[in-house]
Every structure is written in structure tokens, then in C-alpha cells.
Design a protein around this ligand. Sequence first.
Ligand code: HEM
Length: 502
Amino acid sequence: MREERSFHEMMQRYNQELLQMRQRSQSRPESAAKRESSAAKPQTPPAAQIAFPGRVEPPAPRPCRQDRPQDHSLTVGPNGPVLVEDTLLHETLETFVHTKIIERAVHTKGYGAFGHFQPYRCMAEYTTACFLQDPSRRIPTVTRFSFAVSNKGTPDTSRNVRGFSTKFYLEHGVFDLLCNHIPVFLIRDGMRFPEAIASLSPSPVNNLPDGRLFWSFLARAPEATHFLTWLYSDAGTVASFRTMRGYGVNTYVWKNAAGRRRYVKYHWIPAAGERCIDAATAERLACENPNAAGQDLWDTLAGGATVEYELNVQLMDPEREKALPYDPLDDTKVWDEEAFPLMPVGKLTLERNPEDYASQVEKLAFSPANLVDGIELSNDKMLQGRSFIYWDAQRRRLGPDFRSIPVNHMENWKPADAFSPTGLGRSACGEQVRRDIERADDFTQAGERYRRLPGEQRAHLVENIAADLSHAAQKDQACVLGYLRQADEAFAQQVRAAMPRG
Ligand code: HEM
């Protein structure tokens, strides 16, 4: 942690020196007296300029080079060999190497912003969660937007699932809300996660994109049909995080003081309205600026504007679960918004860019297990599969002390605050099995989504699937078309008709 701070301080000092030097070299020759007095006084550069090392313009050449001993390795004579005992050289190079942290296994590319959350009213009727009790309280937050299957060079407008994770800094720990911008996932059991992600990743043979992998997975995963109708619609291509929704995807539990539990699904709704783009625009933007969404977010906040999202929840009494035609704990399903209306809870306001990307965004460690009293995990299989893997990923990525990294906790944090109980008092008994859920129903909601899309968007969905599916192996094409047929006969026919004949 100390190293992190000193690196950060070093960068700030460096930027400050750089700006001071530039200002000195720019001052006009006729005001020599002024120049002297300004050199004597330490100058404070404008905050926006020193705020973020990455934003400082490339260093201008030093006007006159000062030869300092610490710029040279320790050698035997000016041309002699470098001594092993040169601890300064070791420290300089090793610090450089160690500041490069391991990338996230998924959601690798991302951007961050700080802000606050404020509930509209007390939610005690539904949950004891401390940050949802007092509408006069502003809760500090940090949000990271990301791309689920990405590397650092993935274009921001690529067809992808976008992540939208928010950390709420509370008095006794943190609450993390991890969302995606598509409301359903492509699998319902964590066991298939590695296989699903591999199918969306570049070929393991040559690291080049290979669309056949995804269709081959889809042919083996009919539960992904609903997800397909989202990813391949215009919802899969978004130009700005400011106009994007966030969905918790999995089902959590809210518990009130009387011990009453309700299922809960989270939704972030952008105040600026929702907007997506078509495939052609996404491709054009990818060429023009692969970091278009990150730039848009940065420029908005740097320009002094804020970005707002309203938190809404859908609540469900677990007693209604059995009567539904679908399993509400299946993350390949959405809950009907008429039966389970969206309830506004509060507002998230993003207001500040990070000052140091490495320590404030790369080192962020989100987990669906970072919960508070009043919020629990449900029996959603996928959520339970996720509940431990994030901490493990972070132990590997950031080290065993990842929780003590400043951006991951409140000022007054103590390690003992890290854990909050979930599920205490619930009972579970039954036969141990490894099998699919009982109400799988992989196609009804896929068909409903296809029929509900407005004309032009439905046409885009068909075109986008057809263009990609035409590269798949014939047996996989047949399987996928079979799934689309089960969702809606016309859907399958249109995709078939739009596929270029090979
Ligand atoms: C069993 C299934 C899943 C597994 C094993 C899994 C695993 C992971 C891992 C290892 C990370 C990187 C963590 C880190 O290094 O900090 C991650 C990030 C993330 N996951 Fe999952 N994930 C799963 C499903 C989901 C689902 C259903 C969602 C939907 C909300 C989701 C949303 C995210 C988000 C938004 C991030 C990025 C967090 C950040 O910005 O740092 N994941 N996931």
C-alpha cells in the first residue's frame, strides 16, 4: 500500500514539476522580475491538469538538462560495469515491473468514475440495508464500466456485454452492486462459465476472432437463446455509458427487521434516456475512436457535468415463485414488469473522474459477496457460483491484502468489518443432485422478445444473427435455427432467408 501511495505521489510530483517547468519556460522575457518572483513561489497548477497522469500532455523536452546523480546507474568508473549493489537501479526497475498488475480474467477493459448515491425514501419495510434507510444521507460511490469479453484494445462499440459495477462506501464495509447492460445471461449454472467465455473469446489456436466457437457453444446451450436475442439486437452495441441501462441479472434477497425475505432484481435507468446504435454505426465508431465510450464519460465529467442513473428494484414474494411459468431464480429469464413493477429506490450521480487510473480503477475489487445486513444471496445457482470466485480472482490479481487497497474500503475500515452474514436462519434439505432446474423453458421469453421488438430493430436482430451464423458449421446452424424455431417460427424463417447461401 505504501508503495502504491509513493508511486502515486511520485507521479503527482513529476506532473507538478513538469507543469511548473513548462510555465516557467513560457513566461515572457520582458517580465524578468515577475519570472523571478514566480520561480520563488511554488506554483499550483490547475487541478484538472494534475488530476490524472494519463491526461497530462506528453512531456515537453526539458529546457536545460540538470545532471543529477540519481539519473545514472552505479558503475565502476563512468564506463565500467553496473554494480549489483545498485539498489536504486533495482528499486526503479522493479517498481516499474510490479506496478503492472494482472488483468481481470473477464471485464478486462474498463473506465471508472466517483460519485454518490442517495435513496429517495426509507426502505425499512423491505430491507435493513443501512444505505437505504435515510434519504438525507449521501453515500460515496465508485463505478466501473467494463466490457465482459475484452482486452485493453477492444473497441468500446463492439458487440459485447457491458459491465456496470458500483461500490457503496458504508460505515462498516462496502456494498457492491454488479450489473450488466443486458438483463439476462447466457448460462444458468456457474459450471459452464469457462466454456461460455471461451466461446466468446479469440481462438486458442491463433488468437484471432472465430465466430464458429460461439455458435458451437450455442448449439450446446439452448438456454442462451434468450441472451442471443439481446446481444444480437441493437442493445448489443452502445456508444455511451450515459445512455445505458444496468441490470443485476441475478436474483438477490432483501430482508427486513422482522426477518421477512423477498426476492429482488436491480435495475439502473439512465436519466439521459436509453440509446443504442446499429451495427454499421458501431463499426464506424470503432474505427474512428475505439475508446469512444470512455472518452465520452471522461469528457462529460471533466466538463463539469454529472451523469445520473435511477436505481429501481423488482420485488417478489418467494411464495409466488411456484405459480410462475418460469423459474424466477434462473438468470436467463426476466421478470414480467407488469406483475413485478419497477420500484424507484434512489439516484446515483457520477461526478468525478479518477486521479490515478491504476490505483483507483484497475485495483477496484468488486464482488457479489460484498453484502450488508438486509441483503443476501438467493438460491440462484449462478449467483452462488459467483459468490466466492471474485475474492479468489482478486487475491490472485491484487494480492492477499486486496481489501486494504484504499479504493476498496472506507477510511475507518478494519479487516473484521469485511464480512456480513448471508442466509442465517434459512434451512435447506433435500437430495444432492447435479442436474438442470425443473422449469428450464429456454424459448418462451426469446420468442416474446423477438415479437416485442419494433420493426426496424427486429430486422437488425435478424440481419445480425444471419450474418454471423452463416460462418458456423452446418450442424451448429441447424441446431441454432431449431432453437429459433421453438422461440418463434417466423424468427427462424427470417434468419434462414437472410443467411447468405454458401
Ligand atoms: C458463475 C458465473 C460467473 C463467474 C465465474 C464470473 C467471474 C468473474 C470474474 C473472475 C471477474 C473478475 C473479478 C476481478 O478480477 O476483480 C468478473 C467480473 C465481473 N463480473 Fe462476473 N462472473 C460470472 C457471472 C457474472 C454475471 C451473471 C454477471 C452479471 C451481473 C457478472 C458481472 C460481472 C461484472 C460487471 C464484472 C466486472 C467487475 C469490475 O468492474 O471489476 N458476472 N466476473
